[in-house]
Each structure stands twice: as structure tokens, then as C-alpha cells.
Design a protein around this ligand. Structure first.
Ligand code: CAA
Length: 513
């Protein structure tokens, strides 16, 4: 590596993140000192390092010699004194301010006066850590994402006390390691966690309320939202204890009740169900993969009729229409608004036992079902992406037993991926993604980070296919405001009101980027 002013880097704490960071540094050919609190923890850290690099060897991404060279570059120790000649030390101990301050006091004592000390905190205040040391000008935040060897984002945080040179040197180091640094100020959650955790917490609340199952929410966000992982798989990867800590820290600053940890998350943590690392969290990681919850049995031959004047989702373009009276599934293309218009009279000609499915952009189906003789046969079909394969099957309080499952089986035979949810604004995908997009617009409006940094954070830190600012432009600001207004009307939650910046650009007829 060239042009980097750090040669020897210490890593304190070799849990999942610390070990990942040590591996990244060693892969960048730096000499690393990895430190743990006692020999048992040190052995666990060695295990993380061997497993992660061993996995790369198994996949043919690394030779055994390459693995040995990486591991040889990491000196493992329990003695803080061994950090004395490091140029930079990165702390990656659990997210407790008292613990981090204790570690920094020790680092302050043993490290050279010119050494830069960095914290990998996810959400604690870097300033709070800095002021407890004798060298606040040399304290930075350096926030990696899980799994550290894979995710390309590193947030580099300077406080009002940090000397600019320390921030620049750390950002250069990060770039030299093949990662993308996003340099920002010290606010709880920084960019990525501040945007990610409101969404994760909302998903937990959605599950607890019985709106949808965790499998269906995960499928919806992967297939319909294009994310690499659904929220529950991701929380299990991050660790539910970490999720709880991050949410508490963000809430302490935001005082936004959407960041108050879901009681379900707290219950799982109290029970010791922490996700992948404990073997069970939202999912049981020892159990065989669950069967899909809806449809897909391949035996249903769908006899479908499409009626109505609303827009036809692309995936329904080639469905051959049959007469209404012969169809098992009558899809009524709704205009999207008004949402309380009853079904067109033609739907009444459907045969007994047929499912009446209304497409609707808001997830309010009851207005169209209520008052009909056949209200029990009515479900909603909600396509979050007009040309996507995900369809949300929306049940109302009057939908008959088995009707939604029948609808799911029929639409899966059409090659669509169905998930189930209740009749609430935004269904699953829109209800989860638009508040997150609104938060990103609010962050941009507040001047904390620019559009490039916000988009890079979510793409490179969390593997999103597009960043939120670009996504708002793609989905359209009109639609964003429409869905947010519907969500706000339902929950009367101030933070769900469209961000002023969104309204302003929309009124101006301009895109955000
Ligand atoms: N450690 C090391 N490498 C890993 C790994 C791990 N735990 N998991 C996956 N990989 C590697 C694989 O070896 C593979 O590498 P190659 O392409 O070189 O072979 C690559 O990642 C892709 O892995 P897979 O094909 O097995 O799996 P995938 O395609 O499903 O991708 C993923 C896995 C990269 C984790 C992807 O699902 C993803 O991007 N998920 C989102 C993760 C995310 O959002 N992270 C941020 C969490 S928030 C956070 O960390 C901040 C905080 O403060 C809490």
C-alpha cells in the first residue's frame, strides 16, 4: 500500500466487527496488533479470523499461503502495552460509553502522543469519548459495516475538536484499503445507521402488530424492494443486542419515538436470542430453511380474468383473459384513487368461490369490499413496483378464511411472488421504504450530508441497489408525498409528514439530484 501514513495499527476487541477490521487491515498489508481482554476472548477472536479467511480459501478467493500471510500480520495479545508503537488504534469493544471511555483512558496512557485513536462506535457520540481523553484532537470515528471484509463503506467521523489532518489521514487509509470513506460530523447513527435503524425498528413493530410475518416482510423487501437481505435476516446478522444499543443511542439524540426500540426486540435480547451469533434471533439458525409461506404448489391452473380501467401491472400483461363467469380469479384494475369506490358492477358476475382481487396503490381495500354481498371474496393486490414480481395480497377484516391463500396460489402460478399483509396504508414495501426515503430527504435538507454521501452510505454500507436520494427520483416525488400523506393520516406520526425539501422540489417540478 502506498501514500498512507499509518504503518502499524492496533485493534482493540476481536468480536465480529473487530476481527473483520483486523482482517481488512492485514489484507491491506499493514502490521496489526489485535488485543482482547483475556486469553479465552483472544482465542474466540483467533477463531473469527481463521473462519473468515478460511471461508475465502474455500471459495477459491484466497490461497492457503495468502491466508497464512494475512494471519501472520496480526499479532494477538492481551497486553495493552503492545500497542505502544502503533500509529493508529481502532477500538471495537461493545457499545457502552463507560467501557469505551475506560479503553480510551488506557490507550491514552500506553500509546504514543502522536498516535491517532479511533472508535468503531455504531452510534455513540465520538465527542463524548474524545473529551474523556488527554488528546481530543486525535480522536476520530471510523465506522465499518458488517461483514467488514465485504461492505465497502467506512464512515469517518471528525468531531468539532478533531484536527483536520487526523480525519484526512484516516480517510486516506480507508481509501487505500479499497473501501470508500464518507467523511461526516458527529451525530447519533451517522448517515447509514440513522437511516437504516428507523426502518429495522419499524419492521419489528410491523411484525409485532401482526401486519405480516417476518418471512413475508423479508421476502417483500428482497423481492419487491430489491434489498440484499430482508430486515429480520439483517437484524439477525447485525446482532439483536447491537440493534437495541444502536436504537437506544439514536433515540437519545433524536427523541423520535420511531427510534424507541420495539418491545419485541427487547424481549428477544432479554431472552438471550441475539441472532446468528447465539444461534437464534428472529430466525432459528439451526433449523432447516422454512418452506415458502404462500402459494407456489405448481398444481393450480389459474383461470384469470382482468377487468377495470386502472393501470395494468407489467406482469399481468400476457395473462389471457377468460369470461368473468369462468374465472377463479377476477383481477379488478383499480384507478388507484378514490380508494373508497366500490368494485365495478361487472365483478358481481364472478362465479361463486372465485376470488375478487382489486389492485390498489394505497393498500386500502376495505372501502371497495365493504357493503358488497361478496365482501368475503375480496382481497387487494398491491404491486410495489409496477413491473416487479412481488405482489402483496391484502386481507381485510371481512376477507373469508382461505381466500388470501387461494389468491396467493393463483398469482404464484402466474409467476408472481406473493406475500400476505393486512389492509394498512402502504402495504409492506411502501410502508417501510417511504419513511426511510423521507428520513434521507430530511437529512439532506438539514445539511448533515450531501446527496452523494447519503447514497454512497446506503449502497456501500448496506448493499442497497440505489441510494435513497436517487430512489426518490426513480419512484417519483409525487408518489412519495402521496404514500407519506397516507401513512401520516393513518398513524398521525409527525415524522411521517413529507419532509419540507420533498414538498419544495415536488412543487418546483424538479428532481432531487
Ligand atoms: N464474512 C466475510 N465474508 C463474507 C461474509 C462474512 N460474514 N458473508 C459473506 N461474505 C462474502 C462471501 O465470501 C462472498 O465473497 P466473494 O464474492 O468474494 O466470494 C460475498 O461476501 C457474497 O457472499 P454470499 O454470496 O455468500 O452472500 P450474499 O450474496 O447473500 O451476500 C452480503 C452477503 C454481502 C452480506 C449481502 O447479503 C449484503 O450486502 N447484505 C447487507 C448487509 C448489511 O446491510 N450490512 C450492514 C449492516 S449495519 C452495520 O453493520 C452497521 C452497524 O453499526 C450495526
Amino acid at each position: 500500500m502506498s501514500g498512507v501514513s499509518f504503518n502499524k495499527v492496533g485493534v482493540v476487541g476481536l468480536g465480529t466487527m473487530g476481527a473483520g477490521i483486523a482482517e481488512v487491515l492485514a489484507r491491506g498489508e499493514l502490521a496489526v496488533v489485535g488485543i482482547e481482554i483475556n486469553p479465552e476472548a483472544l482465542e474466540r477472536g483467533r477463531g473469527h479470523l481463521e473462519r473468515s479467511t478460511g471461508r475465502a480459501v474455500k471459495r477459491g478467493k484466497l490461497t492457503e499461503e495468502g491466508q497464512r500471510a494475512i494471519l501472520d500480520r496480526i499479532a494477538l495479545t492481551t497486553d495493552f502495552g503492545d500497542l505502544g508503537d502503533c500509529d493508529l488504534v481502532i477500538e471495537a469493544v461493545p457499545e457502552r460509553l463507560d467501557l469505551k471511555r475506560k479503553v480510551f483512558a488506557e490507550l491514552d496512557r500506553v500509546c504514543r502522543a502522536d498516535a491517532v485513536l479511533a472508535t468503531n462506535t455504531s452510534s455513540l457520540s465520538v465527542t463524548d469519548i474524545a473529551v474523556a481523553t488527554g488528546r481530543p484532537t486525535k480522536i476520530v470515528g471510523v465506522h465499518f459495516f458488517n461483514p467488514a471484509p465485504v461492505m465497502r463503506l467506512v464512515e469517518v467521523i471528525g468531531t468539532v475538536l478533531t484536527e483536520p489532518d487526523a480525519v484526512t489521514r484516516v480517510a486516506d487509509l480507508v481509501a487505500g484499503l479499497g473501501k470508500t470513506p464518507v467523511v461526516i460530523g458527529d451525530r447519533a447513527g451517522f448517515v447509514a445507521n440513522r437511516l437504516l435503524f428507523g426502518y429495522l425498528n419499524q419492521a419489528a413493530g410491523m411484525l409485532a402488530s401482526g401486519h405480516a410475518t417476518h418471512d413475508d416482510i423479508d421476502t417483500a423487501m428482497k423481492v419487491g424492494g430489491g434489498l440484499p437481505m430482508g430486515p429480520f435476516t439483517l437484524m439477525d446478522l447485525i446482532g439483536l443486542d447491537t440493534c437495541l444499543e444502536v436504537l437506544e443511542a439514536i433515540y437519545a439524540e433524536s427523541r423520535d419515538r420511531r427510534h424507541a426500540p420495539s418491545p419485541l426486540l427487547r424481549e428477544l435480547v432479554t431472552a438471550g436470542l441475539l441472532g446468528r451469533k447465539s444461534g437464534r434471533g428472529f430466525y432459528d439458525h439451526g433449523a432447516p430453511a422454512a418452506e415458502p409461506t404462500a402459494g407456489g404448489n405448481g398444481t393450480v391452473q389459474p383461470v384469470v380474468c382482468v377487468v377495470g380501467d386502472g393501470p395494468r401491472p407489467a406482469r399481468l400483461a400476457d395473462v389471457p383473459d377468460v369470461a368473468i363467469g369462468d374465472a377463479d380469479l377476477v383481477i379488478v384494475l383499480g384507478p388507484g384513487a378514490p380508494h373508497d369506490a366500490p368494485l365495478p358492477p361487472a365483478a358481481a358476475e364472478a362465479k361463486p368461490g372465485a376470488v375478487l382481487a382489486v389492485t390498489d396503490s394505497s393498500g386500502r381495500v376495505i372501502g371497495q369490499a365493504a357493503g358488497l354481498d361478496r365482501a368475503a371474496d375480496v382481497v387487494g393486490l398491491h404491486f410495489p413496483e409496477a413491473d416487479g414480481e412481488l405482489v402483496e395480497i391484502v386481507s381485510t377484516v371481512v376477507t373469508g378464511e382461505g381466500v388470501a391463500d387461494k389468491a396467493a396460489a393463483l398469482v404464484s402460478a402466474l409467476g408472481l411472488t406473493p406475500v400476505h399483509c393486512r389492509d394498512r396504508a402502504g402495504g409492506i414495501v411502501d410502508a417501510l421504504r417511504f419513511p426511510y426515503l423521507n428520513d434521507a430527504a430530511a437529512m439532506l435538507g438539514a445539511g448533515y450530508a450531501d446527496a452523494d454521501s447519503i447514497d454512497a452510505a446506503m449502497k456501500l454500507g448496506c448493499g442497497y441497489p440505489t441510494g435513497p436520494i436517487a430512489d426518490l427520483d426513480r419512484l417519483g416525488l409525487d408518489r412519495a408525498v402521496e404514500v407519506l400523506d397516507a401513512l401520516y393520516d393513518e398513524a398521525r406520526e409527525p415524522a411521517l409528514a413529507p419532509a419540507p425539501l420533498l414538498e419544495e422540489y415536488r412543487t418546483a417540478g424538479r428532481t432531487l439530484r
